[in-house]
Design a protein around this ligand. Structure first.
Ligand SMILES: [Zn+2]
Length: 336
């Protein structure tokens, strides 16, 4: 069987005609296999959804009880059959519940890795390399300029800034699923045991992470009114980056805007977003991690989806590995 007969791109997403299912479809479909809960990969409205328990829970939290008609939870490593195709889920190290999906038929195995990273992250299971014929990789940071620093060093910058500006409220922008919880956990691991204030948009997901055994410490709602002007002096407030554009953010005392994202490597992006303290913390692979992963898995073919496909395709070809871009659309990396 040719790999393209087992899995190929369509406008609705990656499609397996043999098993009649899609992986991370961007339109409502009959049967969807979902890698993780970010909104560009996990959408509401599919008839049947197969995903890890945590991804299903996260979809329910975000979209409500009726996010699909029926669901099935996949354990990591559990061997499942979908329409005569063998399916296994494996940790992707991206956010809580995130998985790579291995699709296998007649001795041919394709792994769709979704979004993934290789660095340590105590808030989710670590990426596991899975031997395969075709490895489908993202390329969000697929250019040689992208090297992500040690995340604890970035959190160190935040804590130093609080020491230097003890009057100012430090507002840390972080996407609500995955990045926010990881940043909070990192702040704790760097020794900050005071309360961390969170924007309401993070509350349900932080609660869920706690229930899944990821301790986030003393979290309090970042509700500010006239009676508590001093409460947030020198405090850390974590919220979705969009919240810091509105009036709510300006009520804090001399707010200092930080933003935790892989894109903060690009100075222009930080400047445009009015970010005073860029923190380069990413839930995606940087360039060296992408190369290291492909070398380790040693697939005979690499398909590159969403991101900067061309550089990675060229690198694979120089290594003697067949490679092509899939040009999938609709993946805006909600959790970069
Ligand atoms: Zn993602």
């Amino acid at each position: 069987m040719k790999p393209e007969a087992l899995l190929h791109p369509t406008p609705a997403g990656l499609f397996c005609p043999v098993g009649e299912f899609y992986i991370d479809p961007v339109r409502p479909v009959g049967r969807a296999l979902i890698t993780h809960g970010h909104s560009d990969h996990a959408r509401a409205g599919h008839r049947h959804v197969l995903a890890t328990r945590q991804t299903l829970d996260i979809m329910r939290i975000r979209y409500g009880e009726d996010f699909c008609e029926s669901e099935q939870a996949a354990e990591f490593g559990e061997v499942l059959d979908v329409g005569g195709v063998t399916i296994t889920f494996h940790p992707a190290g991206h956010v809580l519940g995130s998985a790579q999906i291995a699709v296998e038929k007649d001795g041919l195995r394709i792994v769709a890795s979704g979004d993934y990273k290789r660095g340590t992250d105590p808030t989710c299971a670590s990426f596991q390399p899975v031997a395969c014929d075709v490895f489908i990789t993202e390329a969000t940071f697929g250019l040689p300029v992208f090297h992500h620093p040690e995340p604890r060093r970035e959190i160190g910058k935040l804590l130093t800034s609080i020491e230097q500006f003890p009057e100012r409220t430090h507002l840390v922008g972080a996407y609500s699923l995955g990045k926010a919880q990881r940043v909070i956990r990192l702040i704790r691991d760097c020794g900050w045991d005071k309360p961390i204030y969170i924007h309401g948009a993070l509350a349900k997901l932080c609660d869920y992470y706690e229930r899944q055994g990821i301790a986030l410490g003393d979290l309090r709602p970042a509700t500010i009114d006239k009676s508590t002007p001093d409460l947030f002096k020198g405090a850390i407030v974590v919220g979705p980056p969009s919240a810091f554009q509105d009036r709510w953010a300006r009520r804090f005392n001399e707010p200092l805007i930080a933003f935790a994202s892989g894109w903060m490597m690009v100075r222009q992006r930080a400047k445009q977003g009015g970010v005073e303290l860029p923190l380069v913390i990413s839930d995606h692979c940087d360039w060296p991690e992408l190369l290291e992963t492909i070398k380790e898995i040693a697939p005979s073919e690499v398909w590159v989806t969403h991101g900067r496909e061309e550089a990675l395709v060229r690198w694979c070809e120089l290594q003697g590995i067949a490679a092509k871009p899939l040009h999938l659309v609709g993946y805006e990396d909600e959790g970069d």
